[in-house]
Design a binder for this molecule. Structure first.
Ligand code: ADP
Length: 517
């Protein structure tokens, strides 16, 4: 038996018996309370959570068998095991005692070993029983949650699926107007995206279960990342009377190292909940740096939506849990989003919480460790033996390219694509660094591919600055179509050419051939 203390009640009218039991129990982890009659026993048992009762059959007021029946018929006491005490020859009481609900019996005169063994056995059994009941309760709860989840999930999948099938069928009608065709196609696309989100959530949960969650940290501009998120989200909410605010304090850090994809997943989940549970008002996103006790970035997503009752604020972070049962009637959802948020935040080393008031709104707050970037610019080795994606006639052994882009994956793309060409690569993560690298290696650099949208100094400014010092070096602008910068704008800044992202291999090959020879 463990060291935890047990509390038992001894009911016996004989002072000497009580004294003897007290002696036997002394030094054990069993604490005993004593009463000398039946009514006191019932009274005491009702107001104290005893682990066991040792009950003498012969009592001056109510007899022990009757006391046992009363205890077993009361909700407050029916779980307490009763061992009754009788004399050896009294077979009738034995039978009646068991019929009244007792679990065991002891005979007088007591033997110490027997008394202790029987008491301890029943204390253990009671403990196991409680553990079993608790486990059963949990299993039932999780079974219920699973059923609710499955029915939600089937509704969640069916709704977009019906739209896809229904509107795809409608699209077959040749007499549709272009407007209708566009509208139906966009419903099909939106429903497909909805389905994809659900599948992503399910995959995420199974990844967690399999312990396959991994972080891929990278350096990026948090401000740019949030502005992009803000733009997408504002656009998404354009049909709702909701204002989306982005709050970034002036002194908030910008370039950080973190798993950008996971961070986006967390914020996407919180933002889509905010949008789902807010009919009008304001949704605000923001972050700040907290120094104590270790530096962390604290993000928040605040809404003026329906809010969450106090007693539900912890459980909503559990899987499949939603504030309203059968929530699917009003708000669609699987009850997975916040559990994914919590797991991701915890996995990243942070903490998530909620402050909310029904009908006023909710604020979800989470932290992640603040990691400053280490310097990563400079020369990167080129592996020559690996297969290149570029056709084999492209060989630029001895040539050096300067690649400037604040998104490191873009550089990784160039590095992979140009692996077998023998070209040497320099990488700069912002405008200022591009200038610094250019000045340091200007005699070696044969060409520069410069992103237009970069922190510190944008690509147009960089091109202008380089052109002041060097009229010859080929400068190629790289940019996304969304920026709306044409070849003319690029040439005005001093670029020779422009290449659009996502960069196509053959387009890149042409440009490199033209300027590297
Ligand atoms: P889902 O949104 O798919 O139901 P979540 O795990 O994302 O699952 O959220 C669980 C529940 O928490 C929601 O069903 C809702 O009851 C509550 N909830 C989450 N975010 C908000 C919010 N911003 N405002 C009000 N309630 C919320």
């Amino acid at each position: 038996m463990t060291d935890e203390a047990y509390h038992i009640l001894i009911v016996d009218d004989s002072a000497s018996a009580r004294e003897l039991i007290s002696q036997y129990l002394s030094g054990s982890n069993i604490k005993a309370a004593f009463v000398e009659n039946g009514s006191l026993a019932i009274q005491k048992a009702k107001s104290n959570p005893f682990d066991l009762i040792l009950l003498d059959v012969y009592l001056p007021d109510i007899d022990g068998i009757e006391v046992c029946r009363i205890l077993k018929s009361d909700k407050r006491t029916n779980d307490i095991p009763v061992i009754f005490v009788t004399i050896e020859s009294d077979k009738k009481s034995l039978v009646e005692g068991f019929q009244a609900g007792a679990v065991d019996y002891l005979t007088k005169p007591f033997e110490k070993e027997e008394l202790l063994a029987r008491i301890k056995t029943h204390l253990k059994l009671k403990k196991y029983m409680e553990e079993l009941i608790e486990a059963k309760k949990k299993a039932e709860e999780s079974e219920n949650l699973k059923m609710t989840f499955l029915s939600n999930m089937s509704h969640e999948i069916r709704t977009p699926m019906n739209s896809i099938i229904g509107f795809a069928e409608l699209l077959q009608d040749e007499n549709l107007s272009p407007g209708e065709r566009k509208e139906f196609a966009s419903i099909v696309i939106n429903s497909g995206e909805q389905l994809l989100n659900i599948i992503d959530d399910i995959l995420e949960v199974s990844k967690e279960e399999a312990g396959e969650l991994k972080l891929f940290e990278q350096k990026f501009s948090l401000k740019k990342f949030l502005w992009e998120l803000h733009t997408i989200f504002t656009n998404h909410l354009k049909n709702k009377p909701i204002k989306v605010l982005l709050n970034i304090p002036d002194d908030a850090p910008d370039v950080i190292v973190a798993d950008k994809v996971r961070l986006k997943q967390i914020l996407d989940n919180l933002l889509s909940n905010a949008a789902k549970f807010t009919t009008g008002g304001v949704i605000e996103i923001g972050y700040r740096l907290l120094q104590k006790p270790v530096p962390v970035l604290e993000f928040y997503v605040k809404d003026t939506g329906i809010g969450i009752p106090k007693d539900k604020q912890d459980t909503i972070f559990e899987r499949f849990t939603q504030v309203e049962e059968n929530l699917t009637q009003n708000f669609r959802g699987t009850g997975l989003g916040l559990s994914i948020v919590k797991r991701l935040v915890t996995f990243m080393g942070g903490h998530v919480s909620v402050e909310s008031e029904p009908e006023k709104g909710s604020t979800f707050i989470f932290t992640i460790p603040y990691k400053k970037p280490e310097k990563i610019s400079g020369f990167f080795p080129v592996e020559k033996e690996r297969k290149s994606l570029l056709p084999p006639e492209n060989v630029w052994q001895g040539k050096t390219l300067l690649i400037a882009d604040d998104i490191k994956q873009i550089f990784a793309f160039f590095r992979e694509t140009l692996k077998k060409t023998g070209v040497k690569m320099l990488y700069a993560k912002d405008g200022k660094e591009t200038m610094a690298l250019y000045r340091k290696y200007k005699n070696e650099i044969d060409m520069a591919l410069i992103d237009i949208q970069m922190p510190e100094m944008n690509g147009l400014e960089v091109a202008k600055a380089i052109r002041k010092e060097n009229k010859e070096i080929p400068l190629i602008a790289q940019t996304g179509l969304a920026l709306n910068i044409g070849k003319k704008d690029a040439e005005k800044a001093g670029f020779n050419d422009i290449i659009y992202k996502p960069i196509k291999i053959d387009q890149l090959s042409k440009i490199l051939k033209r300027y590297l020879g």
